[in-house]
Design a protein around this ligand. Sequence first.
Ligand code: LMR
Length: 326
Amino acid sequence: MLFGCQSTQYPKDYEQLGEDERIVIRFSHVVGEDTPKGLAARKFAQLVKDRSNGYVEVQVFPNGFLYKDGEEMEALLQGDVQMIAPATSKVTELIPEWSVIDLPFAFNSYEEVHKYIASPVGKGLSSKFDNHGLLMLGMWDNGFKQISNRDHPILKPADLHNLKIRIMPSEILEKQFISLGAIPQKIDFNTVFTHLEKSDIDGQENTLSNITSKNLHYHQNYLTISDHGYLGYLLLMNKEFWDKLPQSIQILIKDTLKEVSEWEMEQAKKTNGEKLAELEDCQCIDIYRLSDEEKQAWEKDFKPIYDYFTVKYGEKYIKALPKYKE
Ligand code: LMR
């Protein structure tokens, strides 16, 4: 998904740029290179380089090498990097209304999320970055989160009682686990493996591509396919940097992102499906799929979180969710 794409024809005025006028876009992210986001970031960098005859270089820094989870937003705001693609949950400290995406069982499919983001309410959320000197250029998918645990299977909410579960930094994700009697732990993505290894935490929630790319399942014995929450990324650029780019480069970037975003979304679906098949084949983790009836039982426990969100941020975000529109 991409906003404001203008044209596929761009004047090549950047070809007149001198060697020392090359444009460098530093793009930092926290996942591995073999994930949907990692692959798409690399593809974007290559296409931009080819299409600008090398005048625009997107330097991709994966795995949180340059800036860790809690640091990349600050780095973008300061202009130390020009582009990041954090999970929606990770922008909620800056713009809490984005935590509507974290509400458990808010969406049943990628398409429902895309529609929500394209709706007037979604567009309102996207434009909130303007007040922070940022520009949202679009969105990439990862997938739906699943829950893994060390000591016992998670089949019903009570199974989470007193378990320490790693979450991304988001108040709604925190409430999601507190409401089930668990103890949520906000932990940097790239240290989750070590925390699981040391048994500092019992379990975690994430997409299968994220779980397998960091081998989180090595220290987990049970996996629940719950699809309880969507994890996707916001393509954010520093606005001051963007505004200084020649218009032709802005168009090139938007056009290229549009193309890469379509590819990334296919890739995300495919990868998460493949990773499930691999985990089923490896017989290295017990897999349980929540039935629709079981999901309904979970959903009941989450009702107070929806009420909390409504009181805090108004009902328009909730009312626009697919399940309340039908
Ligand atoms: C996480 O922290 O679990 C994810 O946000 C990582 C990512 O960027 O997919």
